[in-house]
Design a protein around this ligand. Structure first.
Ligand code: IMP
Ligand code: MG
Length: 167
């Protein structure tokens, strides 16, 4: 993709790659502390969450936090397990609301949500989120795994997409 063109599609940069990595590392450490000694199952919402998970799982050392497993297959038996669902952004909350109740019905020890970004004004379903990177305004953002029609996913920073792109 032509990068000069891509720059024109962004209104402004909200978070730089360095800021994002710093925040993800803080969140990963918080999760490690909370689940110390427990076996934790991480459920990632593909595909945007892949970049978030890469850092969350490997970014902050792996001392005594127990085993972290990445669940690819939702048919895995999660009964008795501690589960953290990882997503990159919560918008309406519909996706995570559904997934949380689906997983909760399978007798896990616990289910919590971690998300890099959340748009509180866009929320349509109550979703209880334990770990949030940042709350952002109700605008469409791209980069760092976030896409608009499969574009902009590989941008290193997260920025607001110019409305002329999608209107
Ligand atoms: P929800 O079910 O409305 O919360 O939607 C969540 C999903 O919509 C996210 O996992 C993203 O894939 C996508 N999404 C929502 N808002 C944005 C955005 O601002 N940029 C890119 N993707 C978004
Ligand atoms: Mg998407």
């Amino acid at each position: 993709m032509d990068s000069a063109h891509v720059e024109n599609d962004l209104v402004n940069v909200l978070f730089t790659e360095a800021q994002i990595q710093q925040r993800l590392q803080e969140m990963a450490q918080e999760i490690e502390r909370d689940y110390e000694g427990e076996e934790l199952l991480i459920v990632g919402i593909l595909r945007g969450a892949v970049m978030v998970m890469a850092v969350s799982s490997y970014g902050s050392g792996t001392k005594s936090s127990g085993v972290v497993r990445i669940l690819k297959d939702l048919d895995t038996d999660i009964s008795g397990r501690h589960v953290v669902i990882v997503d990159e952004i919560i918008d309406t909350g519909l996706t995570l609301s559904w997934l949380t109740s689906n997983l909760s019905s399978r007798n896990p020890a616990s289910v919590q949500i971690a998300t890099l970004l959340r748009k509180p004004e866009a929320l349509q379903m109550p979703v209880d989120v334990k770990y949030v990177g940042w709350d952002i305004p109700n605008e469409f953002v791209v980069g760092y795994g976030l896409d608009y029609r499969e574009k902009y996913r590989n941008l290193r920073d997260i920025g607001t997409l110019a409305p002329h792109v999608y209107s």
